[in-house]
Design a protein around this ligand. Structure first.
Ligand SMILES: Cc1cc2nc3c(=O)[nH]c(=O)nc-3n(C[C@H](O)[C@H](O)[C@H](O)COP(=O)(O)OP(=O)(O)OC[C@H]3O[C@@H](n4cnc5c(N)ncnc54)[C@H](O)[C@@H]3O)c2cc1C
Length: 432
């Protein structure tokens, strides 16, 4: 058999249409109204609000433009209804807060659509809908039980698709039905990132790549920020580092579980094959504990397939082999299809499965999107910008003032994760 990995690139498929720019970092200003740490969607959306309100803004990004997860993800947009479900959320936060969180979440996809249209960002937004496949018969029953209160609370346009009708949605015999959501969508994350960066720069903000923030010291007027390229006096500081949060902000690091997520892209498939495998061209995910997610590329020619990476380090070869095996489990007829790209990035989970934003010891922050951060980070970043401006009404969210938990002795290194993932994979295999 021909080597299906021959010539595979170890960079994101997205960087083909939106190559990472090679640019010189600008000279840093001595003083700035607001300094944003991290140049992904969270940081850029925060910067957009501040700069458009007339503030002087500096975005410091440790890597090149789009280094983090924001140009590496699946580009799948959804309300990301909480992992805990209506019941679990209600037990934790009470009925009123639960309803507020879910109702706000249902607006996230429209939020991105409106923002990109208003700013003229061309990012291949598609209202594709999503099909969440039931990997086990029991999962189908559970999905049905959870969907009812969700529809009651939010009015979300979704329906159960029984096993007999699965092939309406996906060309696979692997599943026992699933839920079809119509509200979800997809975009090209690197084009979206580049569009946001253009908007932020047009509004007058300075974007400084290759500029890592190394120390934050509180002063009478804000913060003295040390970077690898000089110091800046900043009136306000926002931490938007999500899965890449480092030791410069230990309070946040202790509250995040950085986890590597990986993706592969296939070579272009024939339109007949694409029509058979993804007849409705939706975003897809399954119901296993270590779940897989997949979608057609925006031009509808390839399959982009993602899941948990083999380990904490970037191992494109190993990830490609693992993800291909998972993909063949869903679509066995891709066994001769070449894999052209394999890449990965870091996401950040939280102990309560909830994303967080707010202010801590004078530092503003938005983070912890639990692997579903394209729409959430756009919304949270925007709200954070309003909070920093003191726009109380516009900055308010249903996620405000939730306790951002850590665990005793946890310092930010989730050493226990590989064992936990192995356990979850075993449970998946045993069929629970
Ligand atoms: C493979 C993969 C697939 C995914 N798929 C999806 C999906 O389909 N749908 C979805 O909703 N979400 C998905 N996600 C998650 C989503 O990409 C993230 O939640 C989102 O991009 C987070 O944006 P952010 O701006 O908060 O963080 P990031 O984009 O990660 O940006 C953080 C930045 O902070 C910088 N930084 C860190 N420390 C410093 C410092 N000290 N100084 C300066 N800069 C610093 C980093 O270099 C980094 O660029 C996926 C993620 C991955 C990795």
């Amino acid at each position: 058999m021909a080597d299906v990995f021959a010539g595979m690139k170890e960079t994101p498929f997205w960087w083909e249409a939106a190559p990472r720019p090679e640019e010189e970092a600008p000279e840093l200003p001595g003083e700035i109204d607001a300094l944003i740490v991290g140049g992904g969607f969270s940081g850029l959306c925060t910067a957009r609000v501040l700069a458009q309100a007339g503030k002087s803004v500096l975005v410091c990004e440790a890597g090149f433009s789009g280094y983090g997860a924001s140009t590496r993800n699946g580009g799948m947009l959804g309300p990301s209804f909480h992992k805990l479900g209506v019941k679990g959320l209600t037990a934790r936060y009470g009925t009123e807060r639960t309803h507020a969180i879910l109702r706000q979440s249902i607006g996230f996809v429209d939020f991105v659509k409106t923002l990109s249209e208003a700013e003229g960002i061309e990012c291949d937004f598609q209202r594709s809908g999503r099909f969440r496949c039931a990997s086990r018969p029991a999962h189908y029953e559970q999905m049905a039980r959870e969907l009812e209160p969700l529809i009651e609370t939010t009015g979300v346009d979704a329906e159960m698709i029984p096993a007999a009708r699965v092939r309406e949605e996906i060309g696979s015999d692997r599943f026992y039905g699933g839920v079809r959501y119509r509200i979800d969508g997809g975009l090209h994350p690197a084009r979206y990132h580049d569009g946001l960066l253009r908007v932020v720069r047009d509004a007058g903000a300075i974007f400084a790549p290759q500029t890592e923030v190394t120390n934050l010291q509180r002063t009478a007027n804000g913060f003295r920020v040390s970077t690898t390229r000089g110091n800046v006096e900043a009136g306000q500081v926002a931490i938007c580092t999500n899965g890449y949060t480092g030791k410069v902000t230990p309070w946040f690091k202790r509250r995040l579980l950085p986890i590597r997520s990986a993706m592969i892209a296939t070579e272009p498939l024939t339109s007949e094959l694409m029509q058979r495998l993804m007849p409705t061209r939706r975003m897809y995910g399954d119901s296993r504990r270590v779940m897989a997610y997949y979608r057609p590329s925006p031009d509808g020619q390839r399959i982009l397939f993602g899941g948990r990476a083999a380990g904490p380090g970037d191992r494109p070869g190993k990830n490609a082999r693992d993800l291909r095996n998972m993909m063949l489990d869903v679509f066995p007829e891709l066994d001769k299809t070449r894999i052209t790209h394999s890449w990965s990035g870091l996401v950040a989970y939280t102990f309560d499965h909830t994303p967080h934003l707010g202010e801590q010891d004078g530092l503003f922050y938005a983070m912890g999107y639990c692997g579903s951060g394209v729409a959430r980070s756009s919304f949270f970043g925007t709200k954070l910008g309003h909070k920093m401006l003191g726009n109380v009404e516009e900055g308010r969210t249903a996620f405000d003032d939730l306790s951002f938990e850590t665990r005793p002795f946890y310092t930010g290194n989730p050493w226990f994760m590989p064992a936990l993932v192995r356990w979850h994979r075993l449970v998946d295999r045993l069929g629970y």
